[in-house]
Design a protein around this ligand. Structure first.
Ligand SMILES: [Zn+2]
Length: 262
């Protein structure tokens, strides 16, 4: 499932391949995919003739600025979406079911005047397209997260620390795999109440967020963590060999080690 690292790969692809290209047409065959009252007709009218000027991102939300007074195109990858430009797709082809190029999965496409296209390919149809999304509904971007910001977020919540780290309104971009990897690296159990973390544990979690994003970003995505191999029934901790706990925390299937995660 796309998390901040996959959204960043898509942002980079847009930056490298789509900026400065003129939109000659918009295909929005799936009206359900358009959010906040946007219609296929309105999105065509708003984007046709414009150029893509800048590719930004906040958490998992892609934000593409268009020229002059044009709208911001917001795209969300959902559970299985990938951005495809011409014939190149962002993300690791081995782990996405959406690797196959099935036209029905193109929920939204921009046709460029030069003959190429940008498509959002999404088999599970849980992504979204909107114009001028409310960027401030999202918390601080996980890649920019400071220790002070992390402290402020965890200190005021009795919810499990995993749920707090995954709350997009607090910290934008971390999903299930990245949070499990982060907590495993920091030695903190995911079901601990967030506010119970002491200062040293807050530092450890903050450091682990940064290390996890940097390391897994370099390796190629959120599925490349050290804990990943052990995310199976009967899996053991790659650090100490202890059997992992598998339980639902914050509504998501969670793996952790009772020996070194306290
Ligand atoms: Zn362990």
């Amino acid at each position: 499932m796309p998390e901040i690292l996959e959204a960043e790969q898509a942002r980079v692809l847009i930056e490298q391949r789509a900026l400065g290209r003129t939109i000659a047409g918009v295909d929005a065959p799936d009206a359900w995919y358009l959010k906040r009252g946007l219609t296929p007709r309105a999105v065509k009218r708003a984007l046709t003739g414009r150029e893509l000027e800048q590719a930004r991102r906040r958490g998992k939300q892609l934000l593409v600025d268009t020229d002059r007074t044009g709208p911001v195109l917001g795209m969300h990858l959902g559970m299985s979406g990938r951005v495809v430009i011409d014939d190149e797709a962002a993300g690791d082809p081995l782990v996405y079911a959406s690797n196959r190029d099935v036209t029905e999965w193109h929920r939204f496409s921009l046709r460029f005047a030069d003959g190429g296209r940008l498509a959002l390919r999404d088999p599970r149809r849980l992504g979204a397209v909107e114009l001028d999304p409310d960027e401030d509904r999202l918390g601080v971007d996980a890649m920019e997260l400071t220790l002070a910001q992390l402290r402020a977020v965890v200190a005021r919540s009795r919810a499990p620390v995993k749920a707090v780290l995954m709350n997009q309104e607090r910290i934008a971009g971390l999903g299930n795999l990245l949070v499990d990897e982060t907590l495993w690296r920091s030695g903190v159990a995911p079901d601990r109440p967030a506010a119970s973390l002491d200062a040293a544990e807050q530092v450890a979690v903050h450091r682990a967020v940064r290390t996890t994003l940097r390391t897994l970003g370099r390796r190629g995505g959120s599925h490349t963590g050290d804990l990943m191999v052990a995310r199976v029934p009967g899996g053991c901790c790659p650090r100490d060999g202890s059997p992992l706990v598998r339980a639902t925390v914050g509504g998501r299937t969670t793996y952790w080690c009772r020996l070194h995660q306290r």
